[in-house]
Ligand binder design. Structure first.
Ligand SMILES: *[C@@H]1O[C@H](CO)[C@@H](O)[C@H](O)[C@H]1NC(C)=O
Ligand SMILES: *[C@@H]1O[C@H](CO)[C@@H](O)[C@H](O)[C@H]1NC(C)=O
Ligand SMILES: *[C@@H]1O[C@H](CO)[C@@H](O)[C@H](O)[C@H]1NC(C)=O
Length: 256
């Protein structure tokens, strides 16, 4: 009857595994996948491995997102074109867990410390410094990536980067208080945010030679199909826009 007991234990083990799965991997309310996903386990690795081996039919934890950083300046035409025509549409097409974007408005600006007071000079003049500062402050105040990326897209795609803040807020984020943005732009918070962007930009290795300067997973990217590249690098299950699970072709670009 020893074998009988072992046989009877199998459904029990599955039940335990299912319970462990749901307690080890609490499911975020907004997740699109089933259990055993997203949230890293709090329990020791060995236990996680045991439990995972008993959850073969449940989806694997999601792969890490591809990390893309864009170093840019607000009035540079090539930066605006990249952000508006390439980055934003790529982000819209892909599932949000696939691509994590960091925007660093600063670019070819210069920072000076004039007897303790930081002063910025921008390639396209004071209006560009204002645009950089507005975007840095939007990110700081809006917090939610979807919200501030839509706002920055709105500014960068409009007739003027600096004059449409109120209109863009009305359309994309009426809950964000324009007064807080202005206070940030004119005050110490804006300066501190811009100083941080200056440090991030100056830390680039290799240093940027032009903007827009794009790194993916920390490595500088030359010209490449953004969508194809992100699809190629993402380790998780590929969405349909990537051509299913087949690795997409990366177009060779247009060389001279
Ligand atoms: C992107 O990555 C950063 C740094 O790891 C993290 O703080 C941020 O929450 C991530 N953003 C999203 C939308 O996942
Ligand atoms: C600016 O220079 C002053 C000295 O004049 C120094 O105390 C301060 O730390 C500097 N600030 C920054 C952000 O580098
Ligand atoms: C961010 O905003 C989007 C769109 O309004 C919303 O769906 C999402 O839940 C928000 N995320 C957070 C973390 O608040």
């Amino acid at each position: 009857s020893g074998t009988g007991a072992a046989g009877a234990n199998i459904p029990f083990l599955l039940l335990v595994a299912a319970l462990l799965c749901s307690t080890l991997y609490p499911i975020p309310a907004d997740t699109r996948m089933g259990g055993c996903s997203h949230t890293p386990p709090v329990h020791p690795e060995t236990l996680r491995v045991q439990v995972e081996s008993r959850c073969p039919l449940l989806p694997r934890p999601a792969a890490a997102p591809v990390e893309l950083s864009l170093y840019y300046e607000s009035l540079c035409p090539a930066c605006r074109e990249f952000l508006v025509l390439k980055l934003f549409p790529t982000w819209l097409l892909l599932p949000e867990e696939m691509l994590n974007i960091t925007l660093v408005p600063y670019g070819n600006a210069q920072e000076r410390n004039v007897s303790g007071k930081l002063d910025f000079q921008c390639q396209h003049g004071p209006e560009e410094c204002l645009g950089n500062m507005m975007e840095a402050c939007l990110m700081h105040e809006a917090q939610n990536f979807s919200t501030y990326f839509a706002l920055i897209f709105c500014l960068e795609s409009g007739s003027s980067v600096t004059k449409n803040l109120e209109a863009c807020l009305q359309i994309y984020a009426p809950e964000v208080d324009i007064g807080r943005i202005s206070t940030c732009v004119q005050g110490d918070t804006g300066v501190a945010l811009m100083h941080h962007n200056a440090q991030l930009t100056e830390a680039l290795d290799p240093p940027h030679q032009y903007v827009p300067w794009i790194t993916i997973n920390g490595v500088w990217q030359g010209e490449a199909s953004l969508l194809g590249l992100v699809c190629h690098l993402y380790q998780g299950e590929k969405p349909e826009v990537c051509g299913g699970s087949k690795a997409p072709k990366i177009p060779p670009g247009c060389r001279r």
